[in-house]
Design a binder for this molecule. Sequence first.
Ligand SMILES: Nc1ncnc2c1ncn2[C@@H]1O[C@H](COP(=O)(O)OP(=O)(O)OP(=O)(O)O)[C@@H](O)[C@H]1O
Ligand SMILES: [Mg+2]
Length: 179
Amino acid sequence: MKEHKGFTAWFTGLPCSGKTTVADRVAEILKEKGYKVERLDGDIVRKELTSDLGFSKKDRDENIKRVTFVAKLLTRNGVAVLATFVSPYKERRDKSRKEIGDFIEIYTRCPIEVCMKRDVKGMYKKALAGEISGFTGVDDPYEEPTNPELILDTDKETLEESVQKVLEKLRELGYYEDD
Ligand SMILES: Nc1ncnc2c1ncn2[C@@H]1O[C@H](COP(=O)(O)OP(=O)(O)OP(=O)(O)O)[C@@H](O)[C@H]1O
Ligand SMILES: [Mg+2]
């Protein structure tokens, strides 16, 4: 296993915008190239690390605060961290950037109508039917990144194009070489 500079690629965006799908594929490629990789994904983290938290602004911020701490430890130990969280609040993401340092913000930008159509887990349907409340994009805010390192327009790009854009950005920033 080669030694590499650690980083956290932080994917933010609406539910179903493509965070998990793109990051999983990037993780596979980095692993094949011999990088130490960890995935931190909202669904798993909320089960294993922050199951006590809900979806109020306070709890969402606490969720991201805890996972940022984990990402920071991994990053400083040379791990390529792929973090995938809706992380709807800009101020909280900016704090994560500051704390982690080697932080690449990737915005999976996708129109809400497309996200609703994808509805991978059937959550939009539930939110629109009023069965759940405080769902980002339906009755909870999403604050768009103002200056992300990378934007992926997942309604226009294929998965493979989005993945290549991430790898290219990591290369440009000195975190990835595929020799
Ligand atoms: N260019 C693309 N990049 C990523 N996903 C895409 C792209 N084009 C189409 N898709 C599809 O969009 C869906 C995205 O779902 P995914 O679970 O990755 O979203 P998510 O942002 O992780 O959502 P959540 O916040 O609910 O976990 C998948 O079904 C995926 O196949
Ligand atoms: Mg996901």
